[in-house]
Design a protein around this ligand. Structure first.
Ligand SMILES: [Zn+2]
Length: 137
């Protein structure tokens, strides 16, 4: 399963050069060319799936295993202070390439390019109940 104009499928097929740091039967991992931090890595299934809703569970399990392996490898080799694992679904959430993927984003205490400190307000009990009703309906 692949899509002709998908840049990640082209990377899988080695039609587009990339800095591949790991590859197995199911997945491929390469350095992001627009890194947020040193060692920012993209991990993708070799098969094309648009998002988390359509990837089969067995492929999802394989990619999570690869992410676990790579997280430790990158952390050991590159010595950053921590990392975020990010996975976006649909354009509204910032998914740019429509081929399911994870980001492993190295972080350091002194970095300033990526912030998860988003202003948040406590929800009312009523609001949460309304949302629960919709989800459970
Ligand atoms: Zn693709």
């Amino acid at each position: 399963m692949e899509e002709k104009n998908c840049i990640f499928c082209q990377i899988v097929n080695k039609e587009v050069a990339s800095k591949i740091i790991y590859e197995n039967e199911y997945n491929i991992a390469f350095l992001d060319i627009f890194p947020i931090g040193e060692g920012h890595t993209i991990v993708i299934p070799k098969k094309h799936y648009n998002n988390i809703e359509v990837i089969p569970e067995k492929d999802l399990i394989e990619i999570i295993k690869t992410i676990k392996y790579l997280s430790k490898l990158l952390h050991d080799k590159l010595n950053f202070d921590g990392y975020n694992i990010l996975q976006n679904n649909f354009k509204a959430a910032g998914q740019v390439v429509q081929h399911f993927h994870f980001h492993i984003i190295p972080r350091n205490f002194n970095d300033s390019r990526f912030r998860l400190a988003i202003p948040r307000e406590k929800a009312s009990d009523n609001d949460l109940n309304q949302i629960m009703k919709k989800i459970k309906a």
